[in-house]
Design a protein around this ligand. Structure first.
Ligand code: HEM
Length: 148
C-alpha cells in the first residue's frame, strides 16, 4: 500500500509539473498575444485536477507512511532533524498552500473582466504555484519510482 502510493505520488509529480509548465506557456502567450482564454483554461483545469489528485495521494501517504509514523512518536527529535521535519511539516504545508493558491487562482482568473485580464491573473497564480512546487518537491529523493 505504502509503496504503491509513494510510486504514484512520485510519478504524478511529473504530470503536475508538465501540465503546470504548459499552463504557464499558454497564459504567457495569452498575455503577449490576442488569444482567447478558453484553450488556455482547459490546460489550467487539468493542472488543477492533477494538483488535487496529488494532494489526495499526499494525504494518504501521510497517514500510511512508516517514516511519518515513526517521526510522530518523538516530535521534539523530529523537529530538530531537518530531513524528517521536511516531510512532516515543510513539504505538506508548502504543497497544501500551493494547491489552495492555484485553486483560488483558477477561480479569480475565470472571473476577471476580459480575456487579457484572465490570462494575466492566471499567469501570476501559475508562476507562484510552480515556484512553490519546485521549492517543496524533495529533489533529494528518487526522480522516478523505484530509482535509487
Ligand atoms: C501537490 C504537490 C505535491 C508534490 C508535487 C509532491 C511530491 C512528492 C515527491 C516527489 C515525493 C518523493 C516520492 C519518493 O520518494 O518516491 C513526495 C513524498 C512525500 N509526500 Fe508529497 N508532494 C505533494 C503534496 C503532498 C502533500 C499535500 C502531502 C501531505 C499532506 C505530501 C506528503 C508526502 C509524504 C508524507 C512523502 C514521503 C512519504 C514516505 O517517504 O513515506 N505530499 N512528495
Amino acid at each position: 500500500m505504502h509503496a504503491a502510493l509513494l510510486h504514484s505520488h512520485n510519478l504524478l509529480r511529473w504530470v503536475v509539473l508538465v501540465l503546470g509548465a504548459l499552463a504557464l506557456v499558454r497564459a504567457y502567450q495569452g498575455v503577449s498575444g490576442d488569444r482567447p482564454y478558453a484553450a488556455a483554461r482547459r490546460v489550467g483545469v487539468f493542472f488543477v485536477a492533477s494538483l488535487h489528485l496529488q494532494l489526495l495521494l499526499g494525504l494518504a501517504l501521510f497517514l500510511v507512511s512508516p517514516m511519518i509514523k515513526l517521526a510522530m512518536t518523538d516530535m521534539r527529535a523530529t523537529m530538530s532533524d531537518a530531513a524528517t521535519r521536511f516531510f512532516v511539516a515543510e513539504h505538506p504545508t508548502l504543497m497544501v498552500a500551493a494547491v489552495v493558491l492555484m485553486t483560488i487562482g483558477g477561480i479569480v482568473a475565470k472571473n476577471a473582466a476580459n480575456d487579457a485580464a484572465k490570462h494575466r491573473k492566471a499567469l501570476v497564480f501559475i508562476a507562484i504555484t510552480m515556484l512553490m512546487l519546485l521549492f517543496g518537491i524533495p529533489w533529494q529523493r528518487a526522480l522516478l519510482p523505484g530509482m535509487g
